[in-house]
Design a binder for this molecule. Sequence first.
Ligand code: DAH
Length: 354
Amino acid sequence: MESLDHLRDEILRLVRQAASLEALEHARVAVLGRKGRLTELMKGLGALDPTARRERGQALNQLKGEVEEAIGHATRRLEDAALRAQLAEQRIDVSLPVRAESDGRVHALSQTIDEIVAIFGEMGFSVAEGPDVEDDFHNFAALNIPPEHPARQEQDTFYLPEQKDGSRKVLRTHTSPVQVRTMMSVKPPIRIIVPGRTFRSDHDATHSPMFHQCEGLVIDRDLHLGHLKGTLIDFLRTFFGIADLPVRFRSSYFPFTEPSMEVDIGWNRRTGELGKGGDWLEILGSGMVHPRVLANCGIDPREWQGFAWGMGVERIAMLKHGIPDLRPFFESDIRWLRHYGFSPLAPTMLHEGE
Ligand code: DAH
């Protein structure tokens, strides 16, 4: 029978001489493909008598193994060569100046919430959250705002479509419903702050239909106005980084607190500078939790007292950083974000208020 030596030499030469991966693939198909030389020879085995078929089959199989191995070698050789050529061509010029990296910025709002949480965290508060879509009970009724109460109109509420039972859910107009949810689910003493989204139908340079508040609630025994005042004065002085920031408590009205107080800080109306200047700027609402609100939430007002407050997060961020307009907070303009954003590596900008 015809010796395979000649064929072996020819095939291996073909494989070894392939100058590219493409040429190698051609060679492989010509030998091992469906109509390749070896494949054709193997097809011919069936015509041989058993002894010859076994011998010839073994020889062909051995040759096939050798060819496959040679193809493997050649593939690696050609891939290495291609990689080397690519590396030589794409040599990095280390003398080129690097392109300036622009790292991400922390949004002024996130930064402000982080700072609020850090300050009250130090005072032993934890963060509570609640849903943006609220029912009448949590947003109004439990907070001592009955159906005919004018506060409902004042808050420019967004109502959702009527439900089967005729009631309408609302987009929460303040973070105060989370007070109710917490008092109804946690046993006092309670010490929480509630940063979160709130909604009112109102839009101009200082009002956005979606904005943020941070509520605070403390429930304990023997609490009085002094605790409220101390807590808020400490917070405001630390937050604004002004150790002697003037803080004024002015009597006011909220349905859910009694007595109620608006809190003002000292500033200069003309220059906008905080801390001095003889003018007052209203900054948050506060008060002792109304006994009826405690009772509505299953807390005995003869045993427990509470104080609470609510403040606008954008408002205090604007004051602290001299941001004149509220609208760009939510416009995602990269120039504004860069300008008023904070480095993620400097997470808070708190100065200790002595
Ligand atoms: N919920 C009030 C508002 O949106 C703010 C507020 C005032 C919250 C007094 C309180 C509080 O907890 O005691 O305008």
